[in-house]
Design a protein around this ligand. Structure first.
Ligand SMILES: [Zn+2]
Length: 68
């Protein structure tokens, strides 16, 4: 089974789009529960880590060297 690692500041690409049409969620806080914010509409959501990992398609690491 694939293990997904993500950290605060990373962008998560979800398997299922948010109703606003965006599939990217930024990680605001990690722990046993993970708080994320939709990059499209800015809505905050909290998921258990287990539930969230099942929803992730891809992790885009927050790389400061690529900041614009
Ligand atoms: Zn949204």
């Amino acid at each position: 089974m694939q293990i997904l690692r993500f950290a605060q500041g990373d962008i998560l690409h979800m398997k299922k789009k948010h109703p606003c049409g965006d599939e990217r969620f930024r990680v605001l806080r990690t722990g046993s529960d993970v708080r994320v914010r939709c990059e499209g509409c800015g809505r905050d959501m909290t998921f258990s880590r287990i539930a969230l990992e099942k929803m992730i398609r891809k992790v885009e690491a927050d790389d400061p060297s690529e900041a614009n």
